[in-house]
Design a protein around this ligand. Structure first.
Ligand SMILES: Cc1cc2nc3c(=O)[nH]c(=O)nc-3n(C[C@H](O)[C@H](O)[C@H](O)COP(=O)(O)OP(=O)(O)OC[C@H]3O[C@@H](n4cnc5c(N)ncnc54)[C@H](O)[C@@H]3O)c2cc1C
Length: 289
């Protein structure tokens, strides 16, 4: 049972921010509701009033601006999958969107909601860490930009203030010399929470990485970058041995827990496997160019 909850539907972002500016902690933002409604029903969270922003079309867009891909917070996974901009300039984000829930969740769930829910297993986050994205948070007093890596502090904990709304995420558009992959291990084909996920972005010259970013999901209280593995890969000629070493190194950045989906030991092994597979997939993408 949801209990008695008032719903306020603003007609603009400004109206939503005004409402939020004098709200107490019992007031929550709702977008697609695919996380929040379940949490309210299960009494994991409480709200007496919801600010329903789902109809604010000003927050639903994917556009290119001065070399950046900009995505409004209310953009759904289906929007991301269908957009020629993300398909060309952020293929790893498209790959991750395809793995989120099933078609219903992809149609309804928003990228802003995935951030707002702040789960270490949120599937849009590893690609956005690998793309070095920046999130925009707006309040009545103005907006601020936060690097995606600084946004989430732990499970359900973020730097978002009570008077702020997530409005946009942006990152540099990928070009043809850059490749990316997203790999997810779940317990079934669809509607599966990640047991482990890995996103890799690389800027490539010949058969080496000029720059590479590796992000791991569901293996620590937040998504994590594996900088020591990235460092190991930069400037070195690709080989099976190098990929194995880097995959092993990446697993050192993971601090997994054991839960019903898998033990900590299993997750560590799977990080090695997915990073190794991801590096090989990038190599294949370069070969097939
Ligand atoms: C069956 C099922 C399968 C799922 N599978 C996956 C999966 O495979 N991978 C995955 O990552 N997730 C999955 N999810 C979780 C969920 O669908 C996603 O996290 C989705 O992106 C949430 O978006 P939403 O718009 O529905 O958020 P909501 O439920 O509306 O909100 C989630 C949280 O974010 C806050 N919030 C939302 N938008 C904003 C904003 N713009 N500014 C500030 N705060 C905001 C809300 O207050 C709330 O705390 C699944 C959920 C279900 C029910």
């Amino acid at each position: 049972m949801l209990g008695k909850v008032e719903v306020y539907t603003p007609r603009s972002l400004r109206e939503a921010l005004t409402e939020l500016s004098h709200a107490d902690e019992d007031v929550k933002i709702i977008a697609g509701g695919t996380d929040l409604i379940i949490q309210l029903k299960d009494r994991l969270r409480h709200a007496s009033r919801l600010i329903n922003i789902y109809g604010l079309d000003e927050l639903r867009y994917i556009r290119m601006d001065d070399g950046y891909v900009k995505i409004g917070a209310l953009t759904t996974y289906t929007d991301i999958i269908r957009s020629p901009i993300t398909t060309r300039h952020a293929p790893l984000l498209v790959e991750s969107s395809r793995t989120i829930g099933g078609v219903q969740m992809q149609n309804r769930g928003t990228i802003g909601g995935n951030f707002g829910n702040a789960s270490p297993a949120a599937d849009s986050l590893p690609p956005l860490y690998a793309l070095d994205a920046v999130v925009t948070l707006a309040s009545l007093s103005g907006s601020r930009e936060v690097p995606v890596e600084e946004f989430m502090l732990g499970p359900r904990k973020t730097v978002l203030r009570a008077d702020e709304i997530i409005t946009e995420v942006k990152f540099r558009a990928m070009d043809d010399s850059q490749k990316g992959v997203f790999l997810k291990l779940g317990l079934r084909e669809s509607n599966a929470i990640s047991v482990v996920s890995v996103a890799i972005w690389g800027s490539i010259a010949g058969s080496t990485f000029e720059e590479v970013r590796i992000a791991l999901g569901a293996v620590a209280p937040t998504v994590v970058r594996s900088r020591s593995a990235e460092h190991m890969l930069v400037g070195k000629p690709w080989s099976d041995e190098l990929f194995k070493k880097a995959a092993h190194e990446a697993s050192k950045s993971a601090k997994p827990i054991s839960d019903i989906r898998g033990s900590a030991e299993y997750r560590l092994e799977m990080v090695k496997s997915l990073v190794y597979q991801g590096l090989w997939e990038i190599r294949e993408k370069v070969k097939n160019d």
